[in-house]
Design a protein around this ligand. Structure first.
Ligand code: ZN
Length: 381
């Protein structure tokens, strides 16, 4: 039990009180830079902020090893979702929640607090550890933008952990690849009362396309969603344009490709089915569809060093940790896309992205102990 639970809790509460919506991470970044420097780190901020239009970049810190071994990466994200301004953390027994009017921001300030406490403990107790590289990212919640803008060549570490998920017993080693889908349907505008027959409703074509589409859970490793629809100008105008945004995810590349092209095909089929005649012309809605890779899948084998270290750390600290699959995406997907071997360990956060979000302190402490022990496992024996 070498970490200090009360101190780690205080660190979390301090971080939770600092507003840090995506694109506005400056204040928390400066606070963290101060903490990391005080712990002896060589700390810099990168230029990702200007690349994504935010007020701060990703924070990097390097700590020289006191024992031998390959460098280990520890990462968490600094940004939070809304409503996340003016968070007032409330401690209730073995939990911390918000006052109910905002999220808590345990996603992912619990991860930040664990990393700071582990670094503090290593330093105070002069424990042997390998070189450690810390990356605190911006804009994870808005499409992993900070991680995507990272220059990974700055990192020496090839192995490590992202602390950004719920149960402390879950070490996520497999996650899906994701495609983003953006479709614009263009029809023809007309006065809806005077001459609707001259129009072609883009909204109707889009609705018919969605009605044909397989969405939601497709199978045990594939999901799909249309999340945003935007279009139309007035109730008395046949809408000539609507834009839809969605996604598909799968652990299997072939299934992902099939689902993405199925979604696009539904739009083309709906447009063909709704073609209208205007005099001698046949008019058909135009479909402009763009499918782009959002992130690649994550798939670590049981033999990956970080998996071995964490499982051994769990044994040593008598914690239960199991390798699992997730349907979610996080910064680890981006790191792994570049050939790093990064797993995602839970921190005790629950009901994230809601005003009912809370942090289970026992799990939060467990992950602190496991991460501290994991760094001991990573020291070359
Ligand atoms: Zn998160």
């Amino acid at each position: 039990m070498m970490i200090e639970p009360e101190r780690m809790t205080d660190t979390f509460v301090t971080l939770a009180r600092i507003d840090s919506p995506s694109f506005e991470e400056r204040e928390i970044a400066e606070h963290l830079i101060g903490q990391l420097r005080a712990l002896g780190g060589d700390v810099t901020m990168d230029e990702a902020g200007s690349a994504v239009g935010g007020n701060a970049g990703n924070v990097f810190a390097r700590f020289a090893g006191t024992g031998r071994g390959p460098a280990v990466l520890l990462s968490a994200h600094m940004d939070t979702v809304s409503p996340g301004r003016g968070v007032r953390p409330v401690r209730e027994g073995q939990r911390i929640r918000s006052d109910g009017s905002t999220i808590l921001g345990a996603d992912d300030k619990s991860g930040l607090a664990i990393i700071l406490e582990v670094l503090r403990t290593l330093r105070e107790r002069k424990l042997p550890h390998p070189p450690i590289e810390v990356v605190f990212t911006i804009c994870e919640e808005s499409g992993l933008m900070g991680a995507k803008a990272l220059h990974l060549s700055r990192l020496a570490a090839r192995d490590g952990l992202v602390l950004d998920s719920g149960p402390a017993s879950s070490l996520f080693v497999r996650g899906p690849a994701a495609d983003k889908l953006e479709v614009t349907v263009s029809g023809r505008a007309a006065h809806a009362g005077v001459c609707p027959e001259r129009g072609l409703s883009a909204i109707q074509v889009a609705a018919e396309a969605i009605a044909r589409m397989r969405l939601g859970r497709i199978d045990h490793e594939t999901t799909a969603n249309i999340g945003l629809i935007e279009g139309g100008t007035a109730v008395n105008i046949v809408p000539d344009r609507v834009t839809l945004r969605g996604e598909a995810r799968s652990h299997d590349e072939e299934k992902l490709a099939a689902q993405s092209s199925h979604m696009v095909r539904c739009f083309h089929d709906a447009a063909a089915a709704r073609a209208v005649r205007s005099g001698t012309d046949a008019i058909q809605a135009q479909i402009e569809a763009k499918v782009t890779r959002d992130y690649n899948r994550m798939r670590l084998g049981d033999q990956a060093p970080v998996v071995q270290w964490v499982l051994e750390a769990a044994r040593q600290t008598k914690a239960t940790v199991k390798c699992e699959s997730t349907g979610g995406g996080c910064d680890a997907n981006v790191f792994n896309s570049h050939g790093l071997r990064i797993a995602n360990l839970g921190t005790g956060m629950r009901e994230i992205h809601t005003t009912g979000e809370y942090l289970l302190l026992e799990e939060f402490f467990q992950t602190g102990r496991v991460v501290l022990s994991m760094l001991q496992q990573a020291v070359a024996k």
